[in-house]
Ligand binder design. Structure first.
Ligand code: WTA
Length: 711
């Protein structure tokens, strides 16, 4: 690590801002569910010998087993190169192409097998089945288009695409050329997309004119214009906007195309019929894609994932944890715009040559039976989704699964802690008691699962993700870096003591933030080239029970996990602060029975403005424009003043406690303790009137609220 990187690392104390999570957490110990024998009989990993192969004594060479699932143009010479910590290089010297691995190599055996089955949202529309041969044709033709535009290995391209097969086609076409794709979640605003275009310095934006969401065909092209404008403000000029059409040949958006800048992809493709583009052999450590996520500061982090390490890791974890066999029909009901979709809709399943289902719309459209009808019709046997989707489907259609004749062998949950009660419904009603549930703890940064049990070898326990994944050595540390013994009932910061192939390589353009956020907290010697000295700080609080299982409690930083999507409080607050009337803003989480957490925003106004000026609507609109509808706060409270420390910092935990009807804790150190009672009165009365009084919090939830926000 260079000196100036270290200097900046010391200054930027994102990680050290995390508050003490070393709070005793007690919860009812849940019982185990053994995996059904039928599952064990067919599982990819059913011999416990695999645990020995991945034991610490065999690290890092154990990960050859993952890498060998791929085709390499050149074999690597060093499995793990630690010469520039913590910028690890996996499979150094190796060369491969991700598109070749996900498409071409399956042609010999499986050219007529479905690679993707796309289910459009309107239920009367036919599915699109894309065989490996057809995927090969589409990826090659689109790669030819990109090549024609002058794109080369290492260039960045921003995608802002919905859940259509053109999205994986676009990703794989980029990968074929070594072009780094950066897909922005389609629900994000044009402004948020523009921000990411500028951050990654993309000069090409790839989008689609429209897509279906809850029954409406939404005009999406309008966001491209906003994105180009936002990027321009930050000094990045988008030269071309490539517009796929939801219905080829027919334009479904109202926004006009911009002459010279915007082009229809179907028209460009017409000139490249039957084109074949040789996959570019890329070094293992070449970046494959960027995936932006939120952190403590307002600037999103472009997590850079590698080609060789990442692809090996998602292939290996798809095989052993998703238990994907080539003959399975696998459906991950998540969005490709998040890491889950990249790793476990596109790259992992396709690297293994299976059939991956893509669904365009909302799970409960037109009704809560939709997912189960899709599963029945397509013969889905592996199902993967988030606790938010499970809670929602349970709420609106608790008896729906029983009406459909589908059989899952395996189900996944990802992205948020799942309450044992919800878990039990997932197991008994959705899984009909026949399927294992794999609770997978991981992050955008980790590339793939890092906390989860092998389904045939570890019994399930509701609410726990299970033990560490193969080849990952997880620990829970206190604020001093000392391990908290398992079974002590104490929570701490979960860390991975070692690197693994799927870990992101850096934050695009912010290497110092990569070091300071994820490694500085527990690194004792910045000059050490030994990986043992560089534990990865995940930013989650967790406890470990006697049996070695981990229970993830939630973020320890200023990030709010809404429906499995990470929103940075600073991003939300800076949007609010851009509204003329607003003097101060603070975003806090409230416990929400469907979405896990929701955001509430507190604002105080500049002198001379009054609370009835319609400022709430302006703040809502600003957040929708800057981030997107998913970030829209549940409530905006205009308060006379914020509770502050004597040094003027807003005490977010006090506000969070107020919103959640929790104990505000010690407020004697506040500069203005009297305001706490005033706010409590105002907010809680309003909530009573709206019927929004939350249920009693669990101890873990209370602990999270009590420690929310850096102080
Ligand atoms: C949370 C999603 C409990 C956690 C793949 C993490 C979870 C953040 C789980 C990452 C789980 C993810 N149980 N909490 N199984 N999985 N989380 O980057 O707080 O969108 O840090 O990646 O989600 O969210 P991200």
């Amino acid at each position: 690590m260079s000196e100036d990187v270290q200097g900046q690392a010391a200054e930027e104390s994102e990680s050290s801002e995390s508050s003490e999570v070393t709070i005793a957490v007690h919860w009812r110990e849940e019982g185990y569910y053994p995996p059904p024998p039928k599952f064990i009989g067919q599982a990819n990993a059913s011999d416990p010998a695999i645990l020995d192969r991945f034991a610490e004594a065999n690290f890092p060479e154990c990960f050859r087993e993952y890498a060998e699932l791929l085709h390499w143009d050149e074999y690597w010479h060093t499995t793990l190169d630690t010469s520039n910590p913590p910028f690890w290089k996996w499979f150094a010297g190796g060369k491969l192409n991700a598109s070749y691995n996900c498409v071409d190599r399956h042609l010999a055996q499986d050219r007529n097998k479905a690679a993707l089955i796309w289910v459009p949202e309107p239920e009367d529309a036919a599915d699109t089945v894309i065989t490996y041969q057809e995927l090969y044709r589409r990826v090659n033709e689109f790669a030819a288009v990109l090549q024609d535009l002058g794109l080369q290995a290492g260039d960045r391209v921003t995608l802002h695409m919905p859940m259509v097969p053109e999205l994986p086609v676009t990703m794989l076409a980029c990968a074929r050329l070594g072009v780094v794709h950066s897909q922005v979640f389609v629900g994000f605003s044009g402004g948020a997309c523009g921000h990411r275009i500028a951050d990654s310095d993309s000069t090409i934006l790839i989008t689609m004119d429209a897509y279906y969401r809850s029954g409406d065909l939404l005009d999406h092209k309008v966001k491209a214009d906003e994105a180009v404008e936002a990027a321009r403000k930050e000094g990045t000029e988008v030269e071309k906007v490539l517009v796929w059409r939801r219905f080829p040949g027919q334009y479904s958006a109202k926004t006009p195309m911009v002459e010279g800048r915007d082009v229809f992809v179907d028209e460009l493709l017409a000139d490249h019929k039957g084109a074949v583009v040789e996959p570019v052999s890329m070094p293992a450590e070449a970046p494959l894609f960027l995936m932006y996520t939120s952190g403590t500061t307002g600037r999103p982090k472009g997590c850079q994932h590698s080609t060789g390490g990442y692809l090996s890791y998602v292939a290996g974890t798809s095989k052993f944890y998703q238990d994907i066999h080539p003959e399975d029909t696998y459906w991950c009901m998540a969005d490709i715009g998040w890491i889950t979709g990249h790793s476990y809709i596109v790259y992992g399943p396709l690297a293994l040559g299976t059939t991956s289902v893509i669904y365009e719309g909302t799970p409960n459209y037109p009704d809560a039976g939709r997912p189960w009808r899709i599963a029945e019709r397509l013969g889905v046997n592996i199902f993967h989704t988030s606790p938010t989707a499970i809670r929602m489907l349970r709420k609106v259609g608790p008896d729906e699964p029983a009406k459909y004749n589908y059989h899952f062998k395996h189900m996944t949950t990802v992205g948020e802690p799942i309450e044992p009660e919800v878990y039990r419904w997932y197991f008994s009603t959705v899984g009909k008691g026949e399927a294992v549930i794999v609770d997978t703890w991981w992050q955008t940064e980790t590339g793939g699962f890092i906390g989860t049990g092998l389904p045939a070898l570890f019994a399930m326990k509701p609410g726990s993700c299970g033990p560490a994944a193969l080849g990952i050595y997880l620990d829970i540390l206190d604020e001093n870096g000392d391990p908290i013994p398992r079974g002590s009932g104490k929570a701490g910061n979960i860390v991975a003591r070692n690197p693994w192939p799927g870990i992101f390589q850096t934050i695009w353009g912010q290497p110092e933030r990569f070091v300071s956020t994820y490694f500085a907290k527990y690194n004792k010697d910045p000059d050490s080239k030994d990986w043992h000295d560089w534990p990865y700080f995940a930013g989650d609080g967790a406890v470990q029970t006697e049996d070695g299982y981990f229970r993830i409690l939630g973020r320890v930083d200023d990030v709010i996990n809404v429906a499995g999507h990470r929103l940075g409080t600073k991003e939300l607050e800076s949007s609010a602060l851009a509204v003329q009337e607003v003097a101060e803003a603070a975003a806090v989480p409230v416990i929400d029975d469907v979405r896990g957490r929701a955001v509430e925003m507190y604002i105080s106004l500049k002198p001379g403005y009054s609370a009835d000026s319609g400022v709430e609507a302006k703040v809502k609109a600003a957040i929708e424009t800057d981030i997107g509808k998913i970030a829209r706060p549940k409530n905006i409270w205009v308060v006379p003043d914020m509770p502050k420390t004597r040094s003027g910092k807003i005490m977010r935990r006090v506000i969070a406690a107020t919103s959640n009807f929790a104990d505000v804790g010690d407020i004697t150190t506040l500069a203005n303790p009297e305001v706490v009672e005033q706010i409590r009165h105002q907010v809680q009365n309003a909530k009573h009137a709206k019927g929004e009084v939350p249920r009693e919090l669990t101890e873990a939830e209370e602990a999270e609220i009590m420690s929310f926000g850096s102080e």
